[in-house]
Design a protein around this ligand. Sequence first.
Ligand code: PXL
Length: 284
Amino acid sequence: MKLAPKVAAIQDLSGYGRCSIMVAVPVLAAMGAQCCPMLTAYLSAHTACPQTEDSVFLDVTREMARTGRHWQALGLSFDAIFSGFLGSAAQIDVLLDFIRRFRTEKTLVLVDPVMGDGGRPYRTCTPDLCRQMGILAAGADLITPNCTEAALLLGEPYASLPTSEAGLFRWLERLSLEGKRSVVLTGVHREGQLGAACLDRSTGRTFFTLDREEPGQFPGTGDLFASVLLGRLLQGASLQDAAQQAVGFVRQSIRRTLDLKAPVIEGVQFEALLGLLTLPPDEA
Ligand code: PXL
């Protein structure tokens, strides 16, 4: 019998707010993968929440390096390394070292370059972190930036985000380092729909995966997207099928959240939909 694929998920744990590890663990488990979290920070709540003098942001950079060494001593190996929100620029060196130690020919390195949204960097994303994130992303097999993060990676103003198909595909090529890595660019609008623009380095193809646009924006949807995408890729799906499934699941989660009239700060109500992910993709 085949063991569940193992994912080293290098992201924060936010006690409140559906994001990062609190999304990756249930989604990957529902899709048959084992998630091994290496925390980058512990936060009392997602940074989109109002902060008070008691807000916790615990940086655990030192423990990350030790965790990597412990895992190596245990002889662990991973089918995927999945990085997301980082606590500081210094963590990039720890991550690069982790990737050097654990990458094999079969390892999928997915870097979600979490840096900002809506045209602006998050307040925790310093210029140094942005620069270093580019270095981390350069070594990935697959990156999943949103449009804000794509502009930051390319060093372009957000306002220059292309609207034409040819312009978007040119950005994809640049983000792929001319075909060296696959790219799924999220939050792309096309013909009244919303979804992703993708470049698959294994085929060289560029394409859109789109679905109906729901009228809502919630924190954590990028984390949900990347987790579903990775779960499907580990099941052997093509990048196109995996991206289509991730677009669809995020849309369904937003629809449910809107129907429930849940406050934006709660993030998306995906838990009751996890059963859809346990089905083979053509039945979901
Ligand atoms: O959804 C990305 C993300 C993850 N983790 C934390 C965040 C954010 C975005 O703001 O604040 C703590």
